[in-house]
Design a protein. Sequence first.
Length: 191
Amino acid sequence: MSEDKQFFQIYDNVSSSFKLYWSTYGGSLALVKSPYLHVSAAVSLLCYPLSSNVDKPWYDLPLSILPNLLGFTLGGYAILLAFGSDKFLMILAARKKDSVKTSTFMDINGAFAHFIVLQVACIVYSLICSAWQVSTGFYAFFGFTLFVYSIFSSLAATFSILRMGKWYDIYLRNKWELEKRRDSESHQDKW
């Protein structure tokens, strides 16, 4: 493969990854319907003085908070991927209906990917606004809303983990009950 094709293949891989993330997240419709986005816009309106303060620009907040949050998020995501037994992960990866495009496992991954993408987008947007000192107006309000949304999306990722924990709890209880029954049956067979 020529170097030119290899170079563009890298961009194809990034594009494919982004398409996978976007479809797993649910696309534009999921974004528009997101209660986390709606609450973020409301909070941004309530915090308008923060996003329009010339003396203390809004982009200082995301640039001081999000890098640490991003590191924590990536660590949590790594733990999530190592969570549970292989059999439990296979159950989550199974598609229950033909109409479902993604598995529960991919839905949880999509929530985490969305959380990470938002944080990175907000950091980059904040850097650009900082370079150009965009501290008021629509672009400042948009950036502050993106910042608040990236924080609220942590709730979505947290609730995904909570649901997964609940399912794992059910899985373990069912497994324990089955083993208890087997032990009881094998104990009765000995008599």
